[in-house]
Write a protein that binds this ligand. Sequence first.
Ligand SMILES: [Zn+2]
Length: 313
Amino acid sequence: MQKIFKPLVIAAFLFTILIGCSSDCEEEIGFDIAERVIVLGLDGFSVEGFNTAKHPNLDRLLKDGTLSLTTRSVMPSVTLPNWTSHMTGSGPEQHGANGNDWTLDKHPLPPIEQDDYGYYPSIFKLLKEQYSDAKTAYYYNWGNLINPINQKYLDEISFQENDEYIENYKKAEAFAIKHKNDPTLIFLYSVHTDHAGHNYKWMSPEYITAIEEADVKIGDFIDGLKQAGIYDDTHFFLITDHGGIGKGHGGMSPNEMLVPWAVTGPGINKDAKLTDPNFNTNTAMVIARLFGCEKIPKSWIGQVPESIFEVDD
Ligand SMILES: [Zn+2]
């Protein structure tokens, strides 16, 4: 009798401590800490493209959150500097990823802050250091994208070739469900939209079709999470790196520099527009806030646009 009883008492004691800590932490930051964050990334997704393409699945997702159509890219308006900025709460002046050919071994400007391996601190590192049970995943189909991210902080990495992305969506869904009880950050990206712009022009029928195809896959993905019962407590981001004009990007026109940016989920204003200034450098900072991450690197410059949050009456 005593043998069974003792472990139960210890378990109950530990449970009380854990619950106590959790609610204390949540009280300090003023809201419930995020269960999981899923970042949906579509490369080269311009505001014009957003306003023209039909995306009923994105629309139903965005009803559960706040959308900005005036977020600014970092300069230059090219891919690697901007995705690195999203994931590191910083601009090229801090992380040093100034172009698509940046590698850990070859770059003109070292990161202003770096880990033992030479990488600038990413949101994946922050989350892993905040929670020992955190799970992180990175799904991509443009090879260079992962170069500035220290893979040591990623539990699952999946790369698809030739602009394919459907398998990655399936893997991301399985990963989210498998780890539904752990703090989870999933980066789910596709470059096929950008490539349609380069091949056929931004705003060409092919480019619009690429966005609409992604919308269908995002719809399937969301439905999978709903069926698994984990949609309602998930925060989603919809982000991109830059827009485009003609068959390119990299310049300073609004078509290239202004992008859609959205966040949805518990505690976020529903069916709302963000009109405050916002930047691609803010994404990781918002994720850090949602997860209650305490150790923000001193070099991060991103800010949290506070008006995205619901205010208690
Ligand atoms: Zn791009």
